[in-house]
Structure formats: C-alpha cells, structure tokens
Design a protein around this ligand. Structure first.
Ligand SMILES: Nc1ncnc2c1ncn2[C@@H]1O[C@H](COP(=O)(O)OP(=O)(O)OP(=O)(O)O)[C@@H](O)[C@H]1O
Length: 252
C-alpha cells in the first residue's frame, strides 16, 4: 500500500465538503475517482497535497510511508509535495509558468530536491522529455510553453510533475481540456508511466469513459462520501450502488 486515506473530513466555514473519505492507492496502479461536479473529487486531491483553501478544516488520516500528512508541519509537507507527491491539473497552464523555459521549469525543483548539479539536472530533464514523448527534447528544453500544442503542454506538465521522482501522482481531469484526438495519447502515457515507474496514480475524472480506459480500481464519490469502490471491471460492469448505476446510465 502506498497512500491510505481514512475518515477524511473537510469543512469550509459551515459547509461539510468531505464526510469521511476512505481510499487506498497502490504502487503501479491507477485508482480512478469518479463523481459528479461538486462531489469533492478535487478537494480530496488538494487534501492529499496539503493545498486546501484557506480556512478549511481537515480531520482523519492521510498516510504515506507511515506518516500522517494531515499532521505534518508546513515545511515538511512542502518537502513531501516536492519529493513524494505531485499533481497534474486539467489545464496545463495552471502548472506551467508562461515566462519560463521548459528546461528551467523541469530543473528548478530537481536541483534542490534531488541535489543535482546543473548538467545532471539538464540530463534528467532531457530524459523526462523523452519519456513523455516530446519530439526533439534538446530543442524543447529551450522553448516556452506557448510554443507547444495543448497536448504537448500537458505532456510537459506531466514531465514537470515527475521531475523529483514522486511515488504518488494525482491527475485531476488531465484530459478534459484537450482535443479528443489527443486525449487517448495522454491516457496511454499516464498508464505507461504508472507501470514503468511503479507510480500510484489517483485519476480524478467525471468521465467514466476515461476511467474505463486506464483505471485498475474505481471509487465513486457522492456528496463527499465514497459510495462504491472496487476493481474497475466490477464497479463499471456490475455496480451495486444505485448512484453508480445512474452515472453509467447517463453515459452516451
Ligand atoms: N474555496 C472554496 N470555498 C468553499 N467551498 C468550496 C471551495 N472550493 C470548492 N468548494 C466546494 O467544495 C465542494 C467540492 O468541490 P470539488 O471542487 O472538490 O468538486 P469536484 O467533484 O472536483 O467537482 P468538479 O468536477 O466540478 O471539479 C463543492 O460543493 C464546492 O462548491
């Protein structure tokens, strides 16, 4: 087991956002988190990263390698966020800085977090660009995000997320903003990286089609609670909860 969430509750002011989430992520597996808009998918990812909105109160346990992330001081949580857990967002421009070259964005966290020198960091950056299938990595290293297509930008955002060799990758609607023709490529890439690097991936999506393409396990979230969880085949083929059945019936 890589990351375990138990009894996670989050409230913002008087509103209960998450009401006792139970979730386990495993090395080399993609865990899909499904549910309608507002069910709490993104908040679950933010809680794991310690990025909840200001004023949010969280309780429960988020355990990674024997440590409860909810109890960590900010400084240590920052280190976990850099080294152990990374996130990819729906819109790559959220994770990529428009004014910095791809090379700078890939290497700037790598150097302090992995203790690499300039040349070593560049070498690792080029390897990562190759891994996410960016053509001509040496040239891409010198370019800026706007010089790439949306799909290529998302690949670069994935490379940046992997820069410090995390164990856990949270991908929040990673294909929703992309043209349908490039969506499958990004999903294949995530699946391949999960297998190759032994990553534990939390794939957040409202799209059960995306889920069925790459998830090993699926949890269905409703109003801040997991109502159904299990192997992808059983949840998507023989759902037991009426809410999961209604989500599947709504599929085109
Ligand atoms: N900064 C905030 N302050 C107060 N409430 C918030 C804040 N951000 C989100 N919420 C509320 O938290 C709940 C869960 O939101 P969340 O973004 O996790 O849902 P989601 O399942 O990811 O939805 P979507 O698919 O639309 O992104 C929603 O009711 C939302 O209105």
């Amino acid at each position: 087991m890589t990351l375990t969430i138990t009894g996670l509750r989050v409230a913002i002011r008087d509103t209960q956002i998450l009401s006792g989430i139970e979730l386990a992520l495993h090395k080399g597996q993609v865990h899909g988190l499904a549910g309608e808009s507002g069910s709490g998918k993104t908040m679950t990812g933010f809680a794991v990263l310690g990025l909840l909105p200001h004023g949010a109160r969280a309780s429960g346990r988020i355990e990674l390698a024997g440590r409860d992330l909810l109890g960590l001081p900010d400084k240590e949580l920052n280190r976990v966020r850099g080294n152990d857990i990374a996130m990819v967002f729906q819109d790559p421009s959220t994770s990529l800085h428009p004014m910095l070259t791809v090379g700078r964005q890939l290497t700037e966290h790598m150097r302090p977090h992995l203790g690499l020198g300039k040349a070593e960091a560049r070498e690792r950056a080029l390897e990562l660009l190759t891994k996410v299938r960016i053509p001509n990595p040496a040239e891409a290293y010198r370019r800026y995000p706007h010089q790439f297509s949306g799909g290529m930008r998302q690949r670069i955002a994935v490379a940046v997320a992997l820069a410090c060799d995390p164990q856990v990758l949270i991908a929040d609607e990673p294909t929703t903003a992309l043209d349908v023709t490039v969506q499958a490529g990004i999903l294949r890439l995530l699946r391949g990286l999960c297998d190759e690097l032994g990553l534990a991936v939390l794939l957040i999506t409202h799209d059960l089609g995306v889920m069925s393409a790459i998830a090993d396990e699926v949890s269905v979230l409703r109003d801040g609670l997991v109502v159904e969880s299990g192997a992808r085949k059983s949840v998507l083929r023989t759902p037991t909860h009426p809410y999961t059945r209604s989500l599947l019936e709504d599929l085109p």
